[in-house]
Design a protein around this ligand. Structure first.
Ligand code: GTP
Ligand code: MG
Length: 334
């Protein structure tokens, strides 16, 4: 199948959705061997577009001790009005005090259904180390789900860990497994957060992914009743790519609410170019008006703190329909 990359990127074509195309694109296996390789090229490599002057870099380095990019944290979302010190303290406390429980991984479509009839008849649901009643209990415990999506290596697993790790700690808690190797997460992984909602880590699409993983994620997005929100992660260093645009189309077509999170902000050299990309791709004019968040999950000498995490936490609670002062519940030991 030949696809013009220009056609894919143009916002006017944004509503034109083609399931077979997306399935192909989510699988790099398919793409590597076809001309469609073009569609996975990033639309814009932010850092490569313009070499910054020394003066510009200096200016960007620090403003009030923070990296300059932190000035856009509240610019492309409506969270500023909610981000009072009180609400931030409440929501941080929720994430620090909630019991976190990894519950299960889904490698196949039938591992995230929770229709009673299907459970009764589906023997695949019985895990090696769990009785059928345990698996049923897990699937019956209906909680709203928020999934992290994005290209491989954008930092989905790291963001999940960052949300759940206290600011005081210098390294992230290892709740979801992260790795510098792209394509590391191979299944949908479900984490119960204080028995109020689940965070779902997903396999990345693009480099080093497989069509099985891509189809699994698409099936989850389309069919999972508990899914209330997706956070689509984009590496600020690499920019939005064709796969991201297709995933956005897929979610729009299937009525899946989503927000956008720019990750690895600590690696961004030029905040103006990121803003230009947001404008050029008409991101603020997407019909569903996603909120834009910006964060870094790693710290370095240049960027000594994790920024933007407060906003992501606020938006997760808000997405789950919870008040910011919500208290975590006990998670059943089953
Ligand atoms: N500098 C920097 N590195 C990051 C950030 N977030 C993640 N990383 C690194 O990027 C690599 C990939 O992170 P992961 O969290 O495993 O990425 P992922 O999206 O889950 O990747 P897959 O599971 O392969 O799809 C790891 O080496 C992380 O340490 C960030 O904000 N800044
Ligand atoms: Mg991962």
């Amino acid at each position: 199948m030949k696809v013009s990359p220009v056609c894919l990127y143009r916002p006017s074509n944004y509503v034109k959705y083609n399931l077979s195309l997306i399935k192909d694109i989510v699988s790099t296996k398919t793409i590597r061997n076809t001309d469609d390789i073009k569609v996975v090229e990033p639309t814009l490599k932010i850092n490569s577009l313009k070499k910054q002057s020394k003066k510009g870099l200096e200016k960007e380095k620090k403003s009030n001790g923070k990296p300059e990019w932190t000035s856009i944290l509240g610019k492309y979302n409506n969270l500023r009005s909610f981000a009072t010190q009180g609400n931030i303290s409440f929501s941080n406390r929720f994430f620090y005090t909630a019991n976190i429980k990894y519950e299960w991984s889904a490698f196949k479509e039938n591992e995230f259904i929770n229709d009673d009839a299907d459970i009764e008849t589906n023997e695949n649901l019985v895990e090696k180390n769990a009785s059928e009643s345990v698996v049923k209990e897990k699937l019956r415990n209906v909680l709203p789900e928020i999934a992290f999506l994005g290209s491989s290596n954008v930092g989905k697993s790291s963001l999940l860990n960052s949300l759940l790790t206290n600011y005081q700690k210098s390294t992230l808690d290892k709740i979801a497994w992260a790795s510098k190797r792209p394509g590391f997460t191979k299944s949908l992984n479900f984490f119960n957060i204080g028995n109020r909602f689940r965070l779902v880590d997903t396999p990345g699409y693009g480099y080093n992914s497989t069509s099985r993983q891509g189809n699994l994620t698409l099936h989850y997005l389309k069919n999972r009743k508990e899914l209330i929100k997706c956070f689509l992660l984009i590496s600020a260093e690499k920019g939005l790519n064709g796969n991201d645009m297709n995933m956005i189309e897929f979610m729009a077509e299937n009525g899946v609410p989503f927000e956008l999170v720019f990750t690895k902000m600590d690696k961004l050299k030029n905040v103006t170019m990121l803003e230009k990309q947001i404008e050029d791709n008409n991101i603020m004019k997407f019909p569903s008006s996603p909120q834009l968040l910006f964060t870094n999950s790693e710290v370095s000498k240049k960027c000594r703190k994790r920024y933007g995490v407060d906003y992501v936490r606020l938006l997760v609670l808000q997405s789950a329909g919870l008040p910011f002062n919500v208290k975590p519940l006990t998670i059943s030991k089953v």
